[in-house]
Design a protein around this ligand. Sequence first.
Ligand code: PEP
Length: 249
Amino acid sequence: MRKHIVAGNWKMNNDLAMTQSLITELKKQSQTSNAEVMIAPTFTNLWSAFETLKNSKIEVIAQNMHFAESGAYTGEISAEMLKSVGVQTVILGHSERRAYFNETDELLAKKVDTALNNKMRVIFCFGEELVDRKSGNHETIVENQIKKALFHLEADNFKNIVLAYEPVWAIGTGETASPEQAQDMHGFIRKTLAKKYGQETANSVSILYGGSVKPTNAKEIFSKPDVDGGLIGGAALKADDFYAIVNAF
Ligand code: PEP
């Protein structure tokens, strides 16, 4: 059975004290679902997040990393650095990295390789913009993003890949894809994987939905057969809301 995953992307929010206090609140929540729970604080607070989370099942993950193993890349963070503080999973290709830091699928292919070579798990994000959705090109855009960044991999690599479909028009806008739109796209993504790697591999990959998931809409979105979890932005910053989403499975 595919894993259910709910991951909170904190983005550039929460200083050290706020990170510790939100984690303390998260630890008080009770989990009734079987979802794997992850949080992605900013780099400077990863170590403290691990310390504060001791004896909890919540996994601390990173929001990004560089493709090089080390070297003259001022301001960047390597896989080895992340692993040295305990991080085993990294989000790559978030639409904000693509839009504000010019991350292309070609660059992301390199980052994916580096993460996998370092035995890390990747949450790979992609999704169309509003203009693509309006013009009916959303499937082509998504197919190309996946092909360019991931289709050089072997089927076996997909044991360490989680996909996150995040329509750009739904991120942080309060506008959510309808459960049907999410299912249609997730079904299409799984078909695209099956064509290249076979149905068994396609069935084994968790595909998360991201884009204004809230306690009020999570249950309906997660009820769709090809939606295996969520990547949560704004609602991950409040412990009660985040756990209402975690428990929506
Ligand atoms: C995100 O940034 O990945 C995201 C889904 O944000 P939000 O939930 O705020 O739309």
